[in-house]
Design a protein around this ligand. Structure first.
Ligand code: C2E
Ligand code: MG
Ligand code: MG
Ligand code: MG
Length: 285
């Protein structure tokens, strides 16, 4: 089940071992060490504005360089981090990294790049969440309007009053919010309309089905038109082909993220990617 490309592929933990409690404990101990031992790394995946073809921002995606197992993807270890509570310190570490890179990107000549960070259910419900995020952005002294937090419907709908209070507090500091994996949780946008959400990310399972299922087309069209009528922008995730891109462009989707343009990559590669695109843009003018 290993993925194709060596840059983003990760060896999957043996499925059979998943059920063993001892194995879970070992993974948890390994993960605790990983946070201390600099084995965790943030990869960055560009998000492209369809109208201008410019890189609007990047999503920060965790990777674990495990000394024996190689590169491990988040789908493998985030559930363990979530169960053990380790996701809380790990999640704050990702926000700190994002803030550092945000400052660096401006120094490198890419001001205005948005940095999106995923927040898990458990981290969102950490009692010290707003306070801790406030401290991180205050210490880093960054332009908070370039920070975006991605949350899923289930994280927000679990306790709507709590979500409303937290999102408003953080939104007042300048942070914006995206609704991640939209369409998979079956909640309706109308439930969320009182929350300060500026962006909807269409789950890649719908994009994947474009061209194969008329339903996927209808759903994507509906999500885009409803989001726009509620003044929210739309990002489509998992765009891999020209055909998908063309459909999304016709539907006035605002941004796309996917292997078609770029895979998640280490920071140094992202800097090269940004440089080569801005050179190409200069040559065109
Ligand atoms: P997500 O937030 O929905 O992130 C998008 C996922 O889609 C990423 O998987 C990305 O690599 C993948 N992707 C992007 N374009 C394509 C494409 O064209 N085709 C395909 N097949 N996949 C594409 P990744 O990096 O494995 O992350 C999986 C999930 O792990 C994320 O889903 C997010 O929910 C979670 N995650 C990642 N980093 C963090 C983190 O720092 N904190 C928390 N709490 N969760 C994280
Ligand atoms: Mg996300
Ligand atoms: Mg997503
Ligand atoms: Mg996802």
């Amino acid at each position: 089940e290993a993925k194709r490309d060596p840059g983003t592929s990760y060896r999957f933990y043996d499925r059979q071992l998943h059920i063993s409690a001892g194995y879970q404990l070992r993974l948890e101990a390994d993960l605790r060490n990983a946070l201390r031992g600099r084995e965790l790394e943030v990869y960055y995946q560009p998000r492209i504005d369809l109208a201008t073809e410019e890189v609007r921002g990047v999503e920060c995606l965790l990777r674990w360089n495990h000394p024996q197992r190689g590169l491990v993807g988040p789908d493998e270890f985030i559930p363990v981090a979530e169960r053990s509570g380790l996701i809380v310190p790990i999640g704050y570490w990702v926000i700190e990294q994002a803030c550092q890179r945000l400052k660096e990107s401006a120094e490198l000549g890419f001001p205005g790049l948005v940095f999106a960070v995923n927040l898990s259910f458990r981290q969102f419900h950490d009692r010290k969440m707003t306070e801790t995020i406030f401290r991180i952005i205050f210490n880093a002294n960054v332009d908070t309007s370039l920070l975006e937090l991605e949350l899923t419907e289930s994280a927000m709908m679990h306790d709507p009053e709590y979500a409303q209070r937290c999102l408003r507090e953080l939104n007042q500091l300048g942070i914006s919010f995206a609704l991640d994996d939209f369409g998979t949780g079956f909640s309706s946008l109308s439930n969320l309309q009182h929350l300060p959400i500026s962006l909807v990310k269409i789950d890649k399972s719908f994009v994947e089905e474009l061209g194969q299922s008329a339903d996927a087309e209808h759903i994507i069209r509906a999500i885009i038109s409803l989001s726009h009528s509620l003044q929210m922008s739309v990002v489509a995730e998992g765009v891999e082909s020209e055909g998908q891109l063309e459909f999304l462009r016709q539907q006035h989707c605002d941004e796309v993220q996917g292997y078609y343009y770029a895979r998640p990559m280490p920071w140094n590669e992202l800097v090269q990617f940004l440089n080569s695109r801005s050179q190409a843009a200069c040559l065109q003018k």
